[in-house]
Ligand binder design. Structure first.
Ligand SMILES: [Zn+2]
Length: 277
């Protein structure tokens, strides 16, 4: 009997919370932009003093802004919790499911598909460098404005596609590829701080990371020349590099990627405007 009573109590509490969620969300969120989708990034402007968590993990809040990101294969059911003083709300939400295509890239040197033993130490050391530069520890939010295209041109590869290199299955593609002539200027799509600027990474070739704050990092690959160094603060529109075909690449293009912590975000869901020149 006691068990049944507590079950009803639980049910009652659960219903209350659900009702509160609908009524209270405007109490916690002033404005919202972005897409609740696999590969999406959502920026929330919270009411003063609101704390927020995603699936139980507290998120950083700066100047009342917070960011939520969802990876390529993020589970569709997510839960955001808000608290301010004694008020709280749990908001369950369902992400939009994405469909990803298959892309085949042929004509690569075999060492770019399966690296030789001799290259492994270099690849491992560079992986560590990337993880450090991607830790996303900056608290400042530099991007309350929107992201612009870092370069304009034809889109030659999209986020999420399952990739085959010279017929061999490899990890999905997490960037958006923009074909442009070698030497075309690459600009910062939003303000931030450079956390990595390496001219010769094994797979990425010339590579730059920009930390935009609140766990959001953007990356630029296959660069021909680099105009910035680690620690530089860049403004939106600043020239950071030029387009190239360095690393694992079959022609000049920019591979633009975005991260929210460990989650890989689709830049196409974040950027505004058209990529055509
Ligand atoms: Zn690419």
């Amino acid at each position: 009997m006691l068990k049944l009573a507590s079950l009803f109590l639980l049910l009652f509490v659960a219903l209350q919370v659900n009702v509160q969620a609908r009524e209270l969300s405007s109490d916690f969120v002033k404005s919202q932009s972005g897409k609740f989708s696999q590969g999406g990034l959502v920026v929330l402007q919270l009411t003063e003093g609101t704390k927020v968590s995603l699936n139980g993990a507290a998120l950083p809040v700066v100047d009342n802004y917070t960011v939520l990101g969802f990876g390529r294969d993020a589970k569709l059911r997510q839960e955001i919790a808000f608290t301010r003083g004694k008020k709280s709300a749990h908001v369950p939400l369902t992400l939009t499911k994405r469909r990803y295509s298959i892309q085949r890239i042929d004509g690569l040197p075999p060492t770019m598909v399966t690296p030789p033993e001799a290259a492994m130490a270099r690849i491992i050391a560079q992986g560590k460098l990337k993880r450090q530069a991607r830790a996303g520890l900056r608290r400042e939010a530099d991007f309350s404005q929107s992201f612009r295209w870092p370069v304009k041109g034809r889109i030659s590869g999209v986020y999420g596609s399952q990739r085959f290199y010279n017929g061999e299955p490899r990890r999905p593609h997490f960037g958006i590829d923009i074909a442009a002539p070698r030497g075309t200027q690459v600009v910062a799509p939003a303000p931030g701080k450079v956390t990595l600027a390496e001219p010769d990474m094994y797979f990425e070739g010339g590579l730059i990371f920009i930390d935009h704050g609140l766990k959001v990092i953007s990356a630029y690959m296959h660069l021909d020349s680099l105009n910035v160094k680690v620690g530089d603060q860049v403004a939106a529109g600043d020239v950071i590099a030029t387009v190239g075909s360095t690393g694992r690449s079959t022609g000049p293009h920019l591979d633009w990627r975005m991260f929210w912590g460990g989650a890989r975000i689709d830049p196409a869901l974040v950027v505004t405007g058209s990529p055509s020149r």
